[in-house]
Ligand binder design. Structure first.
Ligand code: HEC
Length: 123
């Protein structure tokens, strides 16, 4: 009986901390301004650049490895400022085939805010 109670308490504790850990990213409000330097570089470096660095081996010439490269995409279908249907957002969005490389939905939200609201600014 005692062991069962201890085990149940442990289980509840683990559930509690496990869940609060998971929910954190969704509860955190989005920043007022998203820039390449402050949020986007880290996301792209972690999730995209190992493939999209302009190397010849990939079936895509899309290069996301620096702001200089990304600047070339601004004003094209990839990064159409103010447009949530920018091709980069569609492919990295929940319905897109690159979404699985992001950490979570919040990464997508940051990318979206950067392109749609914050003019894909560097700083
Ligand atoms: C494991 C390698 C890999 C990773 C990681 C990866 N991609 Fe891709 N991506 C590809 C390949 C290969 C293609 C081209 C073939 C295709 O469309 O499936 C592609 C195509 C694309 C395209 C379509 C444009 C084109 O040139 O075909 C976009 C936009 C894109 N990726 C964005 C991203 C973003 C944003 C990330 C990070 C969240 C990412 N990718 C992560 C391999 C990758």
């Amino acid at each position: 009986m005692k062991i069962t109670t201890t085990l149940s308490s442990l289980f509840i504790l683990i559930m509690f901390f496990g869940c609060s850990e998971m929910d954190k990213s969704y509860q955190e409000p989005l920043p007022d301004i998203v820039t390449y330097d402050s949020q986007i570089k880290a996301i792209l470096d972690q999730s995209c650049v190992r493939c999209h660095h302009g190397g010849p081996e990939l079936q895509s010439s899309l290069n996301l490895s620096s702001f200089n490269e990304i600047e070339q995409l601004i004003g094209t279908v990839f990064i159409d400022l103010g447009n949530s249907n920018s091709y980069l957002l569609i492919t990295a969005g929940p319905e897109g085939k690159m979404y699985m490389y992001l950490n979570d939905y919040r990464d997508y939200e940051l990318l979206e805010q950067w392109i749609v609201i914050d003019s894909a600014a560097e700083h």
